[in-house]
Design a protein around this ligand. Structure first.
Ligand code: PEP
Ligand code: MG
Length: 538
């Protein structure tokens, strides 16, 4: 049995599939039989082509031809006789194994692309790396997690999953995931809760403790993993799973119930989303609103920036489906653990304290304005509110508002509709904002407390680092004081205060937050009903 950090609730019993590390280790071997080494390389090449053809077909069906085009350039490389020829020459001339020969040729190709002026060509360098990783995995006879052959009831096991890796997991096959690193509020954990699949993170060495095909029990409630359990343990967990699912069913009676505290205060219980389609899950779980739309997910898993039109359609979709209920949309919060392949940013020593979110947007005004225009246009179709992330001073908020006014002027001139009265607020996730909440409250329409970051900055405890999950404590008095101050400051100015960090759905924190007078609790859709029940008991 292994204990990690419970990242997403639920139970799963399935078969392990180890997702290979993105960095494959290359071992150099001297060979004697050139012909059979070349044959081995050719086989891996053919297998890669077969896999990519299937993936491309699937991507075309699910995401459209333009998104699937990325696989086209991967296929071209596989079919390029010069590329395969160069690997063959390396094997022959240096008498080395196919892995070493391929790695040398791929590094050389990637280097040539990386040095090119043209941005499109530079990106092809990443394709070379991707394709060679696939061939290397096939040379080693490894299965990759995107494999078409992935069976139902798969439990994906990885050193780490990026937010986009997690978003791509096929829910019809993947029933849980486990990782060596990560904390409860790392974005892959948050994604797991959105996908409603159990997950345990921060397990340290799960990738080496489990073999492909092992039977694994995942207890996402307690953060427990059992490898190759006996019959009795399987039965015990089947019973737990059933009980958990029954409780979930029972909570459904609260879907249409308005949440009122014991003291008679009506509070809003809202959902956090990453994609416009996620609104349906929030509605199905009885959410009153969207308290946080993390728009950066619209920018991920693609090769270029989403256009104003694409973004407008996404925001419009969400507000229309919510039929007049509030939708708080946060402007781009990139940086930290969220990166964009087409927006290369310099490596930073402390990405979470770095060039991210509003700091990046105020600096790259052209990118920011595209989003603000799309948000304003969508505001004509429902109850849209704009929220700025990572605000540390009044100056940043006022600057953001000024750019928003510029966009309003432009749209007016173009005769495009928007709601000129829309609410604008900020995330309170930097301690400085909480400390200065009394001043900020005079200018904003609302606050939403981002505890995921607020906790890590207040307690100097990295939210991604499982080794220090113990000081990362939402109930630390310093964190609670900042939360209380923020709520009181908002109320003093007649503004509302919500919370969209994971603490809003934390069963241990809810009664304190009710006591402090929090107006809106926003969380993963899967936590809404339980939170409603607890809020009503307090
Ligand atoms: C937060 O920091 O609490 C938050 C909600 O934002 P994110 O998790 O996206 O950083
Ligand atoms: Mg944050």
């Amino acid at each position: 049995m292994k204990k990690g950090i419970a990242a997403s609730k639920g139970y799963a019993i399935g078969k392990a599939l180890i997702k290979e590390d993105s960095e494959v280790k290359i071992e150099e071997r001297k060979i004697e039989d050139i012909k059979s080494e070349k044959e081995r390389f050719k086989k891996a090449l053919d297998l890669s082509r077969e896999q990519l053809t299937k993936i491309k077909e699937k991507a075309e069906k699910e995401m459209g031809a333009d998104k699937a085009a990325v696989f086209e350039s991967h296929m071209m490389l596989l079919d390029d006789p010069e590329f395969a020829g160069a690997v063959g020459m390396e094997i022959e001339n240096n008498m080395v194994n196919a892995e070493k020969a391929l790695n040398d040729v791929a590094t050389m190709y990637a280097g040539i692309f990386a040095a090119m002026e043209d941005e499109y060509m530079r990106e092809r360098g990443a394709d070379v790396k991707d394709v060679s990783k696939r061939i290397l995995a096939n040379l080693a006879g490894k299965v990759s997690a995107d494999s078409e052959e992935m069976a139902a009831n798969t439990i994906v096991i990885a050193h780490d999953l990026t937010p986009s890796d997690t978003a791509q997991l096929d829910k019809s096959k993947v029933i849980a995931f486990l990782t060596n690193i990560g904390g409860r509020t790392s974005h892959s954990a948050i994604m797991a809760r959105t996908l409603e699949i159990p997950a345990v993170v921060g397990l340290n060495d799960i990738t080496t403790s489990v073999k492909n095909g092992d039977t694994v029990i995942v207890d996402g409630n307690e953060g427990i993993v059992i490898i190759n359990p006996d019959e009795n343990t399987i039965k015990e967990y089947e019973v737990k799973k059933e009980g958990y699912e029954k409780e979930k069913e029972e909570l459904k009676k609260l879907i249409n119930v308005k949440t009122v505290t014991k003291a008679g205060k009506r509070v809003e219980v809202a959902g956090n989303i990453g994609k416009p389609q996620d609104v349906h899950q929030v509605i199905e779980n009885g959410g009153d609103a969207i308290g946080l739309f993390r728009t950066e997910f619209l920018y991920m898993d693609r090769d270029d920036m989403p256009t104003e039109e694409e973004q407008f359609e996404s925001y419009k979709y969400a507000v229309e489906k919510m039929e007049g209920r509030p939708v708080v949309i946060r402007t781009l919060d990139i940086g930290g653990d969220k990166k964009l392949p087409y927006l290369p940013l310099p490596e930073e020593m402390n990405p979470f304290l770095g060039y991210r979110a509003i700091r990046l947007c105020l600096d790259k005004k052209d990118i920011f304005k595209i989003q603000l225009r799309a948000l304003l246009r969508a505001s004509a179709f429902g109850n849209l509110k704009i929220m700025f992330p990572m605000i540390s001073s009044l100056g940043e908020f006022l600057q953001a508002k000024e750019i928003l006014s510029e966009c309003m002027e432009e749209l007016k001139k173009e005769g495009k509709a928007f709601n000129g009265e829309l609410e604008t607020g900020i995330m309170v996730e930097i301690p400085a904002a909480a400390v200065c909440a009394d001043e900020l409250a005079k200018y904003v329409d609302f606050f939403s407390i981002g505890t995921n970051d607020l906790i890590q900055y207040t307690l100097a405890a990295d939210r991604m680092n499982e080794k220090i999950s113990y000081p990362y404590n939402p109930m630390h008095p310093a964190v609670l004081k900042l939360i209380k101050m923020t709520i009181e400051a908002a109320h003093k100015e007649g503004k509302w205060c919500g919370m969209c960090g994971e603490m809003a759905g934390d069963e241990k924190a809810i009664s304190t937050l009710v006591e402090y007078g929090l107006d809106e609790f926003s969380m993963s859709a899967s936590s809404i009903l339980k939170a409603k029940q607890l809020i009503m008991e307090n």
